[in-house]
Write a protein that binds this ligand. Sequence first.
Ligand code: AMP
Ligand code: MG
Length: 347
Amino acid sequence: MRASIRPVDPQNPDPHLIAHAAAIIRAGGLVAFPTETVYGLGADGLNPAAVARIFEAKERPPTDPLILHIAEPETLLQLVREAPPVALELAHRFWPGPLTLVLPKQPGVPDIVTAGLATVAVRMPAHPVALALIRAARTPIAAPSANRFGRTSPTTARHVQDDLGDRIDLILDAGPTPIGVESTVLDLTRPVPTILRPGGLPREALEGLLGPVAVQTHLAEGPMPSPGLLPKHYAPRAPMILVIGPPPRMRATLRELVARYTAQGHRIGLLIAEEDRAETADLPAETLVLGPEGDLETVARRLYEGLRELDGRDLSLIIARDFGDQGLGLAVRDRLTRAAGGSIIQV
Ligand code: AMP
Ligand code: MG
């Protein structure tokens, strides 16, 4: 099988093409489609056999649950056993948008979707193509990011084709995705709402409505764990080191690391900010500038493309700098930390 890539207008998707894609979903097939975060690999979320095909295509372990995508906030009530008032407030305020809510599941949600958990993750994406597809398919669409498990998430249809093109039925190509990192996953089943994965909706936006929000990821665990302890994820093929600290110190450390590893014969890629450009211009390294430190929207949008781009340049080591923990910076740090497999230097 070779997926056909069909261009689609991101604002006004062609209803015939959407009907064709929805028919594939209803027949148990796989359609990759754009959301505002990254491209998703969609299947009928209420059809266990169709959902099983997602796990096969991605080579995703069955222990890793999927997000159900809906097109109307009210559909949430058909998928969860109880929705506390705060869930409805969050949905009202932030949907459609890059926020996934984790709540106790209805028995009708297939176990394969939730990896056997008693909870289900649900979101309403803010992308006209995604919404049109879900509506036309008349079912919640289970959709993880449309990449092979452990690889960098796709922000263009081309990325999807490179990773999964021979394993799926159709790719809807609406151009690059506007946010570029996955949704924020928020667990509402705990006494304090808890971010399980920082993402496109910043923690500060949630705290404006909820008060204090916990962050339960490796990022919150004080001192960084030893290199190698973290599951490698969102990862380029070349090994990566992440440098965290005040910008002048990060720049000094980038210079030291390039000198040291070049001496060892490495071909080095640098993933940096606009502000680092002058101080790294003379280094023997391939540089990729994500954007200005203060423009985290641009940095997040270009992150995965940047990682893939460096990965295509035959490097033996990538050194990245951190972008702080404010706003989208936290999601960027999370993805870089995992891409680095925990190889972090704090300066
Ligand atoms: P992906 O769609 O590939 O970006 O991954 C979906 C994310 O949602 C993963 O980080 C999952 O662990 C998380 N997730 C999905 N369902 C649940 C759930 N029921 N409880 C906690 N996390 C979940
Ligand atoms: Mg993913």
